[in-house]
Design a protein around this ligand. Structure first.
Ligand SMILES: [Zn+2]
Length: 211
């Protein structure tokens, strides 16, 4: 099984691009955020622990991430694309350990999605998402506030504002971007300053043969 890691600045289009790879190339999307939410929803022992950490406003530590993510990683039977992990060097090393223990999965590519900061801010301020299917739209480009895929309402997320973005961007530069050096030759950079068609064309070029 192949494993693609996505490393993307906030608002660089990670969601859209991973959805494209998931649908067209049949990769399974594994998001640490989703996994943590699932544990909370199922009210598991670890889910209770996660909830109490998040309720305090703290970040979930790597030991918990390893347990929750490792379970999913080890049982995968298809190609996977990782979203939200690794976020730090410590998590990248943890992922290497899991990868070594698991002959079944190979980290095949690291896709770095880059974007100009100014363009990212502009997008954040105009971003609306579908309440139902999660599709992302630009406020300036839609006629009414309805999803063109499923017809449900489009809303702005609370955390889609400039201050939160700049905060996240700094964290990305400090903690996540150094991973590009860590992965070295495996990294392929795609610039998300142009149209989606161009970006998808780049992705197709990268994943030729994976269909
Ligand atoms: Zn929708």
């Amino acid at each position: 099984m192949k494993c693609i890691i996505l490393i993307a600045a906030p608002a660089a289009g990670k969601g859209t691009i991973s959805k494209y790879i998931e649908d067209k190339y049949n990769y399974k999307h594994i998001s640490t955020g989703d996994l943590l939410r699932k544990e909370i929803k199922n009210n598991t022992e670890i889910g209770k622990e996660i909830k109490s950490i998040l309720d305090k406003g703290s970040l979930v530590g790597d030991d918990i991430i390893k347990e929750v993510f490792g379970k999913e990683f080890n049982k995968t039977k298809s190609n996977i694309i990782l979203d939200g992990i690794p976020r730090t060097l410590a998590q990248a090393k943890m992922l290497d350990e899991l990868d070594e223990e698991n002959d079944n999965v190979e980290i095949s590519k690291v896709i770095h999605i880059d974007i100009d900061k100014e363009i990212a801010v502009e997008r954040i301020e105009n971003r609306i998402i579908c309440e139902n299917c999660g599709s992302v739209f630009n406020k300036k480009l839609v006629k009414d506030l309805k999803c063109t895929k499923c017809g449900d309402n489009l809303i702005s997320r609370n955390d889609d504002n400039k201050e939160t973005f700049l905060d996240r961007y700094d964290t990305f530069l400090k903690e996540t971007k150094p991973l590009l050096d860590y992965y070295g030759d495996k990294v392929i950079t795609i610039y998300n300053n142009s149209t989606l068609e161009d970006i998808f064309k780049n992705v197709d070029e990268l994943l030729k043969g994976d269909e």
